[in-house]
Write a protein that binds this ligand. Structure first.
Ligand code: PMP
Length: 365
């Protein structure tokens, strides 16, 4: 006798399609039997972790038999100093994805709804679904968040609004006044999540200052990560900045040791390594120009991005282009799960990796 456990799973889980990560390099190596693969699929820092973070990890190896500091004292202290906030406003997470999840766990349930934009980071709809909440997906404007439409979509049962700034995979971003006006209109009992996973890369002077807005709006939660510009995606460290009350609530649903000790020491070291951060940002600026010029040279249009990735229109079935790029040893990211069947997202890599991608595109086209 066998049980159908799918029918026994929570209703929101039954029809769930799991998050599809970028294809791992090793997997393509096994499939193609070729050595030199370029992966520009997961918005990782092509420089890798900085030397100071690496050293901090090495220094801590002998301590691994011990549990990490569940309160993350040193990392919160370092963040508080850098960002001029109180440690009691910081929630640490196993990546910022974990922090997003804590917000969902704390505020979403089958009698609540969450508002987010079409083409926004796919973790928002996935989380909303498995928590059994109602998803209110708002059509995008020029691939970006349509704040007026999002405000109009708020329902009586809305508990959380997710905003990615800049958004992944589109790279679109919001200006300060537009976001401030939006926050002024949102009822203050609704938690607004401002997901700033790529904030460090942004140069636009008009880019919304999430920290300043958090000081003004007690219902705003800003999330950030060490996975992108700080080059620590494999370690999983992220954080939320929020009011002390919301931070206390997130802490109630947090696993006791959700951030491992290597992640904590590496993140502290990475925060102090401004050279590596600035190098990463410059490399990203140069790589963005290189990819934009290359794509424009092929006559392909792309969505202007301030992140470490560019979403471009293949003008055809993007899955076929993706497959052909794989044959060339280049992994990019299909964005079909984002409702974008003609686009591909390419992460900005080292100059040589970007060239490899452009060469492969030339061959494919
Ligand atoms: N938010 C956005 C917009 C992202 O693109 C990502 C990573 N793809 C995350 C959050 C989560 O990243 P992490 O868990 O590595 O911090």
């Amino acid at each position: 006798m066998s049980c159908d456990f799918v029918s026994l799973a929570n209703p929101g889980v039954q029809a769930l399609r799991p998050y599809q990560p970028g294809k791992p390099i090793e997997e393509l190596q096994r499939e193609l039997g070729i050595e030199h693969i370029v992966k520009l699929a997961s918005n990782e820092n092509p420089l890798g972790p900085g030397a100071r973070a690496q050293q901090a990890i090495c220094n801590h190896l002998a301590e691994l038999a011990r549990y990490p500091d569940g309160a993350g004292f040193a990392l919160k202290q370092a963040l508080a100093e850098k960002l001029s906030v109180r440690p009691s406003q910081i929630t640490l997470g196993n990546g910022s994805n974990d922090v997003l999840n804590l917000i969902g766990l704390a505020f979403l349930n089958p009698s609540a709804s969450a508002v987010f934009s079409r083409h926004a980071f796919v973790v928002y709809p996935i989380m909303t679904q498995y928590l059994g909440a109602r998803a209110i997906e708002v059509p995008a404007r020029d691939w970006g968040h349509d704040l007026a439409a999002m405000q109009a979509a708020i329902a009586d049962d809305t508990r959380v609004i997710f905003i990615a700034n800049p958004n992944n995979p589109t790279g679109t971003w919001l200006g300060h006044q537009a976001l401030r006006r939006f926050l002024q209109q949102v009822p203050e009992h609704i938690v607004v999540v401002l997901d700033e996973a790529y904030a460090e890369y942004i140069h636009d002077v008009d880019y919304a200052d999430g920290l300043a807005l958090q000081r003004e709006f007690a219902n705003l939660v800003v999330t950030r990560t060490f996975s992108k510009a700080y080059g620590l995606a494999g370690l999983r460290a992220g954080y939320a900045l929020a009011s002390e009350q919301i931070t206390d609530i997130l802490n109630r649903v947090r696993e006791p040791f959700n951030v491992n000790s290597l992640a904590q020491v590496a993140a502290v070291a990475a925060l102090a390594d401004d050279d590596h951060l600035q190098h990463s940002i410059r490399l990203n600026d140069d790589g963005r120009r290189q990819l934009e010029q290359g794509l424009a040279g092929f006559g392909l249009s792309f969505i202007p991005s301030q992140g470490n990735f560019i979403c471009f229109d293949t003008g055809t079935d993007a899955t076929a282009v993706y497959q052909k790029l794989l044959q060339q040893g280049v992994i990019v990211r299909p964005v079909v799960p984002y409702g974008m069947p003609h686009h591909l997202r390419v992460s900005i890599g080292l100059a040589a990796e970007n060239d490899r991608f452009l060469d492969a595109m030339k061959a494919v086209l």
